[in-house]
Design a protein around this ligand. Structure first.
Ligand SMILES: CC(C)(COP(=O)(O)OP(=O)(O)OC[C@H]1O[C@@H](n2cnc3c(N)ncnc32)[C@H](O)[C@@H]1OP(=O)(O)O)[C@@H](O)C(=O)NCCC(=O)NCCS
Length: 390
């Protein structure tokens, strides 16, 4: 008989063992546990037990998410989702997700989000892909920021670990200025610093920072190290150019890679040769499940002044929106766009248009006119982006 309950403090150690086994990510060290525990509120987690052993887990961590129009709403980041290999495909994930969603609804948090280990699992639970990430590789030796965009000397400094609070402040300013980005609590920031490791390097600009790690490849006298971007935040275009100039200036490096690059990042325009930024992949970023349609769609702002009726799983919502204001309420009027919860999740951050959803068989529109209006209404620029994995 499977028992599902909220974990107590004694369950945390076994939960980390279960997590390491489920994700094949290697055993937690005592330090891993010490850095991870403060990021979790166990009241928000549910564990499944069989004969006293953990066989399933799911939970959520609280964040704030920036929406189009640069408003923010509370967001529940669903995480630690796993079921033991011995208990798969018996409906345990479904039960755990049901309980965690109920907890999020009880807390009044309007949206649940996650980053997914696999793309085939979560649409059935009402999650739609709302942001995407570009995976890039740049041959540093053949790439440079065009001279007219290079920063004045001294505008970027290596933090040397001394810049306590500086990265945190830069992150907070940046994330409030970009739809899709999340708040990071002090505990979360500390865990990220720890996970990046002592050999990570952080460069700080007045309006941003970049963190990277180099993997050496000396190649018998022909050095071509790889630099991997681990974190990046630029609140201004000057900071963006200055930080990329720094990344492309690291000596002895061949490739600079990133798997958290925004889809519409302007870096190619800054390079002497735009083709040097190669896209090696595109992946989904954050998946959104709007739990409270009125709070989500009344909370964001819109590309044009209009009134659009969005039908989600049979309920119709009229959104009266402008660039500065919005209201969303239930109505009986005919719908302009018809979709389900996952489709609404994809639309929430403005990175996916209704016509894309229609083409992908995830939505229907009333007619061509409604499609054009709805595309302009929901779209946002720059595209939403989510850097933080949770
Ligand atoms: C993914 C995982 C949690 C699924 O757990 P589970 O208890 O076997 O899932 P359930 O039996 O409750 O399945 C629920 C539904 O999801 C589907 N599903 C489960 N795993 C799936 C997968 N990997 N890909 C596609 N669909 C999946 C099931 O077919 C079922 O569909 P239905 O109810 O619509 O018929 C489990 O396989 C696991 O722990 N994997 C490794 C860790 C991991 O990837 N976790 C996800 C982190 S984001």
């Amino acid at each position: 008989m499977i028992e599902i309950r909220t974990p107590g403090e004694d369950d945390f150690g076994p939960l980390t063992e279960f997590d390491a086994r489920s994700f094949g990510s290697g055993a937690y060290t005592p330090e891993d546990r010490e850095m991870t525990r403060p990021t979790m509120d166990l009241e928000r987690y549910r564990l499944a037990f069989d004969n006293g052993a953990i066989v399933g887990a799911a939970g959520s961590d609280p964040f704030e998410m920036t929406l189009p129009g640069l408003t923010t709403i509370p967001m529940a980041g669903v995480t630690w989702v796993a079921v033991a290999v011995t208990h798969r495909r018996q409906g345990l994930l479904r039960r755990l997700m049901g309980d965690v969603h109920e907890d999020i609804a009880d807390r009044g948090e309007p949206v649940a989000c996650l980053t997914a280990s696999e793309g085939g699992i979560y649409e059935r639970f009402g999650y739609g892909v709302a942001t995407r990430r570009r995976i890039i590789e740049i041959d540093r030796r053949r790439s440079s920021i065009a001279e007219r965009f290079r920063p004045p000397a001294g505008s970027v400094q290596l933090s040397g670990g001394a810049a306590d609070g500086v990265v945190e402040e830069r992150w907070d300013r940046y994330r409030r200025g970009r739809a899709g980005e999340l708040s990071r609590s002090p505990e979360w920031q500390a865990k990220m610093r720890f996970l990046h490791g002592a050999d990570a390097v952080t460069a700080v600009h007045d309006d941003g920072f970049a963190t990277w790690k180099a993997t050496p490849a000396w190649n018998e006298g022909h050095p071509a190290h790889t630099v991997r971007v681990l974190d990046f935040a630029a609140a201004t275009s000057a900071a963006h150019a200055a930080l990329w100039h720094t990344l492309l200036s690291v000596d002895l490096v061949g490739a600079v890679t990133s798997n958290l690059h925004p889809i519409d990042d302007p870096l190619p325009y800054l390079l002497d040769d735009a083709r040097m930024m190669r896209t090696t992949g595109v992946n989904d970023g954050v998946w959104c499940k709007p739990m409270d349609i009125a709070a989500c769609f009344g909370g964001r702002r819109y590309g044009i002044d209009d009134s659009i009726v969005l039908e989600v799983d049979g309920a119709r919502w009229q959104i009266d929106g402008t660039a500065d204001d919005a209201r969303c309420r239930k109505v009986r009027r005919r719908a302009d766009v018809v979709t389900d919860q996952a489709g609404a999740g994809a639309l929430l951050l403005g990175g996916v248009t209704p016509s894309q959803l229609v083409a992908g068989r995830r939505a229907e529109v009333r007619d061509h006119g409604a499609s054009r209006r709805a595309d302009a209404f929901f779209a946002t620029s720059p595209l939403p982006h989510s850097t933080t994995a949770f």
